[in-house]
Design a protein around this ligand. Structure first.
Ligand code: PLP
Length: 352
């Protein structure tokens, strides 16, 4: 059943010039990339070629109307040097959820999955091996047609490239609860990984940074009453011993980390509620000291601890739960599965 993916290898590997002990996020790229083109109503068999620049027309449609979607995932090396993916079928499926909403053609899932495995197998030497490092994988799709007609394109490109990344530890963050700007609205594209969702956040995030915050907690665009998610992460609030996270729908992204943490929490008897928490409930829980933890979840950092939130000029600090919190516990359990340090009873790991 497996696809025969044509490979053109690079004549000049960059791997020996990379300092694998000092990797930052997202500015070093592995030797190869996977490419497939959509034309005349079908996707071409993906091919692997050297990572390199593309040429395109200035009138390429994605540059004008923003038809661009992406995914984010990782490959991990275990202590024996064996490589693993984590729930890659979820990313293949979600890419097509985004594609459908942006009027883009769905990519056959085996092109995504088989192409990805062939690419990572070829560039396996690019997966760093130090503890908690990984190979970040960026699949994306964009309208490549030469035309500025304001409607969906007829030609697209799908590409996957990879970046080795260091152990991503994010320091506990201060977050600002949005009371004016918004990220997503009902019936909109908030649930997709569309490039434009990110572009719209940079300006309000820059303003929040000027006030000393690192991220924004988005609220509903109507009344700014309900807590939604951070820009690149889903959010969990622990009140007493219950974890609360916003339900997915048209505003919230269906994060793979989010759903994995929910499954892990439920599996050990932690109560999880998928419902909207209001800003007023959050502040009340902070005042009566039942608010124990807030954390974000996403592929890049797995879990980001929140040390403080701000709302309309007031600041609300949170006590550091250290290793005793749910965030630390769930983070350890999830990364132990990803790095093949623990049993994988859910069947999430995928050998490459
Ligand atoms: C990608 C993303 C997340 C996290 O999703 P994961 O699948 O867990 O990486 C959360 N929110 C938004 C808006 C995102 O784009």
């Amino acid at each position: 059943m497996s696809l025969q993916i044509p490979i053109t290898k690079t004549a000049a590997s960059k791997i020996s010039s990379i300092d694998f002990d000092n990797l930052h996020f997202g500015d070093v790229f592995a030797d190869h990339m996977l490419v497939s083109d959509y034309k005349d109503g079908r996707w071409s068999l993906p091919q692997i070629v050297p990572y390199g620049n593309l040429t395109f027309a200035p009138s390429m449609r994605s540059l004008h109307y923003g038809q661009e979607i992406f995914e984010g995932m990782k490959a991990y090396k275990d202590a024996q040097g064996k490589a693993w993916l984590f729930r890659p079928e979820e990313n293949a499926r979600r890419l097509n959820v985004s594609a459908k909403r942006l009027a883009m053609p769905e990519l056959p899932e085996e092109y995504f999955l088989e192409g990805l495995k062939a690419l990572v197998r070829l560039d396996i030497g690019w997966i760093p091996s130090k503890e908690n490092t990984s190979l970040y994988i960026r699949p994306f799709m964009f309208a490549s047609e030469e035309s500025i007609r304001a409607s969906e394109a007829k030609e697209y490109k799908f590409i996957i490239f990879c970046c080795p990344v260091g152990a991503y530890y994010s320091n506990p963050v201060s977050v600002k609860i949005a009371d004016y700007y918004s990220r997503a609205s009902d019936g909109g594209i908030g649930f997709t990984k569309a490039a434009g969702n990110y572009a719209g956040q940079f300006y309000p995030t820059k303003l929040a940074e000027e006030e000393g915050f690192q991220q924004i907690i988005w609220t509903d665009s109507g009344k700014h009453e309900y807590l939604e998610e951070a820009g690149t992460m889903n959010l969990f609030f622990r009140i007493n011993d219950t974890l609360i996270t916003a339900p997915t729908g048209t505003r919230i992204l269906d994060g793979v980390t989010r759903k994995s943490l929910i499954a892990l929490a439920k599996d050990q008897g932690i109560s999880v509620e998928e419902r909207f928490l209001t800003v007023q409930e959050l502040i009340a829980a902070h005042e009566n000291q039942t608010l124990k933890e807030i954390f974000g979840s996403g592929t890049a950092a797995v879990v980001s601890f929140v040390k403080e939130f701000g709302y309309k000029g007031r600041r609300f600090p949170l006590a550091d739960m250290g290793h005793g919190g749910y965030a630390a516990l769930l983070k350890k359990q999830l990364t132990d599965i990803q790095y093949n340090r623990a049993e994988d009873k859910f069947g999430w790991r995928c050998a490459i």
